[in-house]
Ligand binder design. Sequence first.
Ligand code: 5GP
Length: 209
Amino acid sequence: MIEKKAHFLIILSAPSGGGKSTILNEVLKQADDIDYSVSYTTRKPRGEEQNGIHYHFVNDEEFQQRIREGDFLEHANVFGKWYGTSISFIKRRLAAGRHVIMDIDVQGAAQIAVTDIPYVKIFILPPSMEVLRDRLIKRNTDTMEEIEKRLQIASREITRICLYDYLVINDELDQAVSEVAAIISAETNRVQRYIAPDLQFMNTGEEHD
Ligand code: 5GP
């Protein structure tokens, strides 16, 4: 009898302005078996952001306490503020038979390498640095100085793409969303995601090559 194994983590990273949150929200809308991992951060809420929905907004002290208690699968300092992913939340959702999707930076994604939690890492890239610059300008949330800084960081992040399993170019939104959905669907059917006690050759115990 062949059964599906536990679900997996879907790790999305992209340079700031790369369209990651729009893609992520679309993927979540279209799927009924994926939960969003709400990160902890020490940055302040922006605009309409709500505590517990967009982020868990905490102070430095609480963040450090969570590091000490080992509650982060990964954590990183991004643009001077702390961000971290709760391991207990992820384990609960995976155990409940859900995939968990998360939006984290390249430093955090690099920390998720040696873990018994199955995962797939997807990098989302705008078609060019010029397009990224245009998107950041149109977003109208940063000064030109901040935009230049974000572009510099983006050039550095791009050199880490080799740490990811898949690359999606976000030229046209619908296309990028369906590519991410296709990756998730293909990952669901990897041989390693199945348990088949009668078919020993399927059970190497290896998640990644
Ligand atoms: P923002 O403050 O604009 O929402 O996010 C800034 C950056 O922090 C983005 O690149 C986002 O992917 C990253 N980020 C959000 N949550 C986490 C997290 O839990 N861990 C890590 N490492 N990065 C995160």
